[in-house]
Design a binder for this molecule. Structure first.
Ligand SMILES: [Zn+2]
Ligand SMILES: [Zn+2]
Length: 246
């Protein structure tokens, strides 16, 4: 008599992490809820400016804007260009509070950062999410940059310093503005909090999308003026150069 139930089925299926791909609904046993074909087809950032990550036709170059006016940040790390389907995933995360999309994007960004750290990129002392104006925070209910930074902290074990900087006045939505207007709009938009510890620290700003880079430039300048040793920028996606961002 057998003491154990007889089972010859595919036991391994129980041990594998089968889940649905969030993009195509196919079953996948990948660690994240995205299947390999969908992940491969994401708009991975190709050759880009070595400082601000704007897409360029060749690698190892610095774009005209960074040459003309070097930003205070050291470099931008972004896995993707802001195009389909990344743009719609970010929009769904941000405007429809669809957490699984946000979490998936943060996990993939964390993987890409871990890869860069393994290749020698200096790991920051803390992650600093780009703050949202209080009015917009009330309307949206959450700061998408802070959520990304928290997920990165869990995955990369880098502390997150959410209260280092604050927005001191409400700035009109940046989207409709030209680069110059954005920079003017952002002047004096941020301030360090009274307890902020910045001197000598390597900080990484975290945001969802880098468009003209005006916000990152403004914050990096503020942090470097306060004595930060180095500021990097981590974001999900970089917009290609357009007429509005020149
Ligand atoms: Zn898929
Ligand atoms: Zn550049």
């Amino acid at each position: 008599m057998r003491c154990q139930p007889r089972y010859e089925g595919p036991v391994y299926i129980w041990l594998k992490n089968i889940q649905q791909c969030l993009l195509c609904d196919e079953a996948t046993d990948t660690p994240q809820p995205i299947c390999t074909p969908c992940e491969t087809e994401l708009p991975w950032l190709g050759d880009h400016c070595q400082i601000c990550a704007v897409p360029l036709p060749m690698s190892g170059l610095t774009c005209g804007q960074c040459l003309k006016a070097p930003p205070a940040f050291e470099q931008v790390i972004a896995p993707w260009t802001y195009s389909f389907p990344i743009d719609s995933l970010i929009t769904r995360f941000k405007h429809s509070a669809n957490w699984p999309y946000g979490h998936l994007l943060a996990e993939l960004l964390a993987q890409s950062l871990q890869h860069r750290f393994n290749e020698g990129l200096a790991q920051p002392d803390a992650l600093v999410p780009v703050p949202l104006a209080r009015k917009r925070l009330r309307a949206r209910g959450f700061n998408q940059a802070a959520m990304l930074a928290h997920w990165l902290r869990e995955r990369l074990l880098i502390p997150c310093d959410e209260h280092l900087v604050q927005r001191i006045h409400h700035t009109p939505t940046q989207q409709a503005l030209t680069a110059d207007a954005r920079q003017r709009n952002l002047r004096n938009a941020f301030a360090l909090t009274t307890t902020a510890q910045v001197a000598g620290r390597h900080l990484a700003l975290v945001d969802d999308v880098l468009t003209t880079g005006a916000t990152a430039r403004s914050l990096a300048r503020l942090l470097c003026n306060a004595g930060a040793a180095r500021v990097d920028v981590y974001c999900l996606a970089r917009t290609p150069k357009t007429a509005a961002s020149t």
